[in-house]
Design a protein around this ligand. Structure first.
Ligand code: GN1
Ligand code: MG
Length: 371
């Protein structure tokens, strides 16, 4: 790992990298400063099985962080190093280093002091809503086709269903290699029925886009609560994990936050009775978000509760597809992990459906208050 670090233009002396257990996709390490007061770094190996266009992805991150940094400078902000990620280039000026074995590495300045959380209080949710609203607003003037889709069709529901259909068709082949997937599939008829009955409703966004009624913006596309860093006083300071920053529908970023933060259970909660919608978090985040996301159309506002259901549904489909495929995409902690995740996301969706009317009423009331 020393050799990899040596490729980067690090201005100070650093100690041995330590593994960081975050995320399901990349491998991350903290690279601590040798001396107090100097910078530490975050070294990451990019999962190039998932992100096949590493060059495009790194260009996206560079464009987005440069754009946000310029805005922060123009606004006279202080502590900018903690407010937007900064990539350290390699000694030959590249955004990443590719090893002879074909692995891709990148280095960020570590945002510190900062902490991440799996759950937030309503007060923190409101500030986080502001932070994500601001993030989208800061990027609203960056032409969306300046960025590539670092994973093509990433939040495209039609595509995700197609992937599931392919996984199902694949394990149904009469082939001994498919036995495990077939057994898994046969035991999950209820999940398939739940997915099937919502197909049409959940592909609404793609239809509206084709009809020209809905636009794309630059989205973060992984707005889980643990992708926000908080400062010492519990205020959100920096949005991290920018791999999936790409064009998308605004309500899907809104929905991904709610999927993780406005859920009283865990994303992979084995006890489905733990899972309910936390409407206090929902309301607080929405209040913060609407305050900053001033570019939203009436239709986009109205679709915010839909975005919550969409992301729970999408995650149900994605976890389930991986389960049928034999767990090739998400890191798992135990053999049935993807099934447990699937059931937990499906339950969240059902809970969100129960309070859909209430969510819409909250959005309408808060938008009215802002007029
Ligand atoms: C993955 O690894 P992480 O936490 O950044 C996934 C997201 C999912 C999430 C589910 C590139 O994110 O899309 O929502 O797991 N990222 C990718 O928790 O697939
Ligand atoms: Mg991610």
């Amino acid at each position: 790992m020393r050799e990899i670090l040596q490729q980067f233009a690090i201005p100070n002396e650093v100690a041995e990298p330590q593994p960081l257990r975050i995320g399901f996709i990349n491998d991350s390490f903290v690279v601590p400063a040798k001396r107090i007061g100097e910078k530490s770094y975050c070294l990451q190996r990019i999962n190039h099985r998932v992100f096949r266009n590493v060059e495009g992805l790194m260009q996206n991150i560079q464009k987005v962080t440069d754009h946000i940094r310029a805005k922060l400078v123009a606004a006279g902000e202080r502590d900018i190093e903690r407010k937007v990620l900064r990539l350290i280039p390699t000694k030959d000026g590249k955004l990443y280093h590719k090893t002879p074995e074909g692995n891709y590495w990148r280095l960020y300045v570590l945002v510190e002091p900062a902490t991440s959380q799996e759950k937030v209080t309503p007060a923190a949710a409101e500030l986080t809503g502001e932070a994500f609203g601001r993030f989208q607003c800061q990027l609203a003037d960056l032409p969306f086709d300046d960025l590539c889709e670092s994973i093509p069709n990433f939040h495209n529901m039609e595509f995700r269903l197609q992937e599931l259909d392919e996984a199902i068709a694949n394990v149904q082949r009469d082939d001994v290699q498919c036995t495990k997937g077939r057994e898994r599939l046969e035991a999950c008829g209820d999940i398939i029925a739940a997915i099937d009955k919502r197909r049409d409703e959940m592909c609404l966004a793609e239809r509206l886009f084709r009809e020209g009624r809905l636009h794309k913006h630059i989205n973060h596309c992984d707005t889980k609560v643990n992708n926000v860093l908080f400062d010492e006083s519990g205020r959100p300071i920096c949005i991290v994990d920018l791999d999936t920053v790409m064009p998308g529908f605004v309500f899907s970023d809104f929905g991904d936050f709610m999927r993780t933060a406005a859920n009283t259970g865990a994303e992979d909660d084995p006890n489905l009775d733990n899972i309910h919608v936390d409407l206090d978090i929902f309301e607080a985040y929405t209040r913060g978000y609407l305050k900053e996301a001033t570019f939203l159309t009436d239709l986009e506002k109205e679709l915010l509760p839909y975005g919550c259901r969409l992301l729970s549904y999408m995650q149900t489909v994605r976890f389930f597809t991986d389960y049928i495929n034999g767990d090739t995409y998400y890191k798992i902690a135990y053999p049935e992990h993807n099934l447990v995740r699937t059931r937990a996301q499906l339950r969240l969706l059902e809970e969100q459906e129960k309070v859909a009317g209430e969510m819409l009423r909250i959005v309408k009331k808060l938008s009215q208050d802002r007029k």
